[in-house]
Design a binder for this molecule. Sequence first.
Ligand SMILES: [Cu+2]
Length: 483
Amino acid sequence: MSGLALIAMAVSVGVAIDPASAGLAGPESGAGVSAAGTAIAPTGHTTRVLVTARDMHYDPASIDVPAGDRLVIELVNADPDTSHDLTFGSDLHTRRLRPGQHAVLDVGVVSRSLEGWCSVVGHRMRGMTLQVQVVGAPTAGATGTSGSSSGTDGEDGSTAHDGTGHSAEQAAPTGPSPSLPPSALDVDRAAAAPVDPVLPPLSSARTHRITLRATTTTLEVAPGVWQRRWAYNGQVPGPTLHGRVGDTFIVTLVNDTDMGHSIDFHAGERAPDKVMRTIPPGGRLTYRFTARRAGIWLYHCSTMPMSAHIAAGMFGAVVIEPPGLPRVDRSYLLVQSEAYLDTTSGTSHDAAAEVDAEKVSAERPDAVTFNGQAFQYDHTPLTARVGERVRIWVLDAGPDRATSFHVVGSQFDTVYLEGGYLLRHGRDAFGSSDAGGSQALALQPGQGGFVELTPREPGSYPVVSHIMVDAERGAHGILRVTP
Ligand SMILES: [Cu+2]
């Protein structure tokens, strides 16, 4: 039999069934094809297996199927708070199941071993794989064995097809997608929607009520470079909360996505168990906290894998002013974070993909940003006049990169780090002379503070992370000072 004929036959017998879109139409006729290119006669028998998805595993994690049997998998999502699915490749998959839902997947006549996995970002990496082992398959050829998961290809390429007509190669883990070339981070182009870096004003309210909706939204991470971001209220960073010591925040979190999400406010002291729990698609919770201490505090999604959820855009700032904080002429807020792009199908608006969780794991950011977009303040600068006092609040959301916040051409006479002043008008905590100065504010992920400076001359002062590779990846902007 020629390779071409084999391919044609394999395609004709394999039918992927998503019960949401089609009824069970089994591949009852025709033969499967072994890994070595040998036709396998269908037994006419169907193996049905119930598989439960829970806690980043399938149970069972491995299924034995007699060669030539048709395999039908019933998948149940037994997780209380997050979505799962099962895919064997691009065409053979269930729909995404919410907690408690189930689906039937007709895998077809199985003639070689397969690996299935959950396509929700990060789940495969954390162990959600399902092995389908063919047992009792005939040995064919000198080296190949039907049912081998090694994917040994025949010379004619026919064995790229299993009995379902789907390429087994799709089952191989792909690894991180290629890095975005630095030239793609175009400094000279304007962002479609630059984020206002001005700190929202303090209101007189002592109780703050806000609804945060977890969304999936296509946003720019650099001019012309887009990602399907997971975002609170469709923006990255999420809304800034601004209050005083003693204020109460009543936050309603609503999950408008098809996967589980959560929220963790560093600004409050709460047992994580209930308020930080992951809520399912459509779910909601109320998270109440009182801000007892001053600082700039991170909030972020804490659903696993947390690195991917934060990298995808689920973070924001809570600014709790220290008592007696003096008024200044300009007050800005910069949240630094990294972006990890799945570049497989491009980064245009229409091609934008979700976060590349494997790239996050490999610590290979494509961009480092202030307020979610690389280089945005090169094009729409922060502004001040000569002699004005400028305060810049800085928060490092990570998930993984520290920052060394620096304003080229200026010095800080006031530096506030994690709830205390390192310097206040040039004087340190020991009350030494008032001639001290600072050049950079060092922050690890999950830390924040502010700096104050007074520009002496008009000009363009670069605002950077002095971790230079990150400045070159986009943690770079301009403070434009006019006379
Ligand atoms: Cu999340």
